[in-house]
Design a protein around this ligand. Structure first.
Ligand code: ADP
Ligand code: MG
Length: 546
């Protein structure tokens, strides 16, 4: 017979190990919890030492207010905290921690020691937590503040160890975690050592100018030099930070930092909304990501931080209002941004066409040379700089002109299988001279039967088989005895831009020269040498600075 199912109260150690599963996922989460404790203790200086990506050792030292001797054991009990007392407090959290779980969880899955010298006390004390023994407390020398040492993380939970990644990856996660903390606490100094080597040092900052330097250090110089500052206030909300210019052309979503009252949070709705705003900007390229560092300050009673095990998500009581405020700030900032030369010229000349596919390549030959073909832009060199031709806009003109000027000399290629063009596609029969005209344009038709013709050859620049509709309309034009100009214009409208890749360079160059003379005002972009230099400095080809 089966044993009866019974319920037991779990041992505190096991219970702590279970809750550690949520709080302490990997070494970077230990670093996060401990550094947050230091920040909550008002520390201005935090030193982090890591060995073996935190799997062997994590040591965090701060100069915060410390813990008095009589509270040391309590600090390691679950649901023991100095940060809240009542349900009302839970509704207006102003510290990073409040659940009283981190130290208990960390100690349950490692060998943990904490040394603290509380402000105003004459001695420092060390507490060592070993699940097999009673906590040991003894006097020790230590300056004001606290040091927590976590060794052999997950030594008693082998399955957790299995889920850890390589040392490099785990360390990267710690480094990323510290970046976030350092971004939200610019007035605190942080030092990170890995395997006895200093890896990061973020000195404490005292002014806004300095704050830029920390953002630059963490998000890159390129970001901070091409960012718009936001500083907005509306009743109980305020938003500060920086957003990158849309032309930053950043290809990863790794520079998107959002803090709510200094707490790093993930907000998908916000990410999405910001991206949508950027996508409407003419300088923003599809496939790139907006960059931002934003800190929202909000009355703590207006936000619920108790909705996620590691507090990475928050819920706003008035979500709509908060999001609208932020979106307005971002939109305003983007609209007021001083336009870069590229954006100015882009606005002026290329209108709604997003400048995508910009390649600056050295000229192939003497001036004026056509460089880079057949991307969307052709670059024509002239004495004062370059002219950028938006081939999308110039397309109809260029193709039409190709057929017009080259007629009679247009290379054709023989089709593998003749394509039947049936009489029903024609308004009436195609007359002999029309066949000649067609041949001059590169289309060689041969009478097949009474039912129609066969297309034997077509212009070599065409890679595709032309749709039936093409023939219906083209032959109708022929039938109406349209002039060569109209026929060429029709071809220019119909054919797509990739024919440019097949047009020989000298011919293409001549076509562009004609376009430069006849292009409607405002459809070309001229860049002077100075503007090009500036563009290169702000573009992704700029030499990276560390
Ligand atoms: P919580 O941060 O949610 O309160 P923790 O388990 O992280 O819970 O910490 C328990 C308590 O220990 C804290 O409330 C705080 O009073 C104290 N404490 C932890 N770390 C430090 C520190 N570095 N400096 C001062 N006090 C600390
Ligand atoms: Mg804590």
């Amino acid at each position: 017979m089966k044993e009866k199912v019974r319920i037991i109260q779990l041992e505190p150690l096991l219970a702590n190990q279970i809750s550690a599963g949520e709080v302490v996922e990997r070494p970077s989460s230990v670093v996060k919890e401990l550094v947050e404790n230091s920040l909550d203790a008002g520390a201005k200086k935090i030193e982090i030492e890591i060995e073996g990506a935190g799997m062997h050792l994590i040591r965090i030292r701060d100069n915060g207010h410390g813990i008095v001797k009589s509270d040391l054991i309590l600090a390691f009990s679950r649901h023991a905290t100095s940060k809240i007392k009542t349900t009302e407090d839970l509704a207006k959290i102003h510290t990073l921690g409040f659940r009283g779980e981190a130290l208990a969880s960390i100690a349950a899955v490692s060998h943990c020691r904490l040394i603290s010298h509380a402000q105003g006390e004459s001695e420092a004390w060390q507490i060592e937590i070993d699940p097999a023994l009673n906590p040991q407390i003894e006097p020790i020398a230590h300056p004001f503040g606290t040091t927590v040492i976590v060794a052999d993380l997950f030594h008693n939970i082998p399955v957790r160890r299995k889920f850890l990644r390589s040392e490099k990856t785990e360390f990267q996660l710690i480094d990323d975690m510290l970046k976030r903390l350092a971004l939200s606490y610019p007035r605190v100094s942080f030092r990170l050592k890995h395997n006895q080597r200093q890896v990061r040092y973020y000195p404490a900052l005292s002014s806004l100018t300095d704050e830029r330097s920390r953002v630059g250090k963490i998000c890159g110089q390129k970001f901070i030099e091409n960012a718009i500052q936001i500083c907005a206030q509306a009743s109980s909300l305020s938003l500060q930070g920086w957003i990158g210019l849309p032309l930053l052309n950043h290809r990863q979503a790794d520079c998107q930092y959002f803090f709510v009252n200094e707490r790093m949070v993930k907000d998908r709705l916000l990410n999405h909304a910001i991206k949508t705003i950027y996508q409407q900007h003419p300088d923003f390229m599809e496939g790139t990501y907006p960059c931002y560092v934003l800190n929202l300050n909000i009355d703590p009673s207006e936000v619920d931080v108790n909705v996620h095990p590691t507090k990475q998500e928050v819920r706003f009581i008035q979500a709509r209002l908060v999001h609208d405020f932020m979106m307005k700030c971002v939109t305003n900032a983007l609209n007021q941004a001083p336009l870069q030369p590229m954006a100015q010229l882009g606005k002026m000349s290329l209108e709604a066409n997003k400048p995508s596919n910009f390649f600056l390549v050295p000229p192939l030959q003497g001036a004026p040379a056509i460089i880079n073909k057949p991307s969307r832009y052709a670059f024509v060199e002239e004495e004062t700089g370059i002219i950028i031709v938006d081939l999308n806009q110039a397309k109809t003109f260029l193709i039409a002109r190709y057929f017009f000027t080259q007629q009679g000399n247009i290379p054709s290629k023989t089709l593998l299988f003749p394509i039947p063009i049936m009489r029903m596609q024609m308004k009436s029969s195609v007359l002999e001279p029309d066949l000649k005209l067609l041949a001059n344009l590169g289309f060689h038709l041969q009478k097949h039967t009474e039912k129609g013709y066969h297309l034997l050859k077509q212009p070599a620049i065409l890679n595709e088989v032309l749709a039936e509709n093409f023939w219906v309309e083209f032959l109708a034009l022929l039938h109406d005895k349209s002039d060569l100009n109209s026929l060429c214009h029709f071809l220019g409208n119909w054919l797509s831009m990739d024919v440019f890749s097949v047009i020989p360079a000298p011919i293409f160059s001549a076509l562009i020269q004609a376009w430069l003379k006849q292009a409607p005002v405002g459809t070309l972009m001229r860049l002077s040498h100075d503007e090009i230099t500036h563009l290169i400095n702000v573009s992704e080809y700029a030499p990276t600075q560390n």
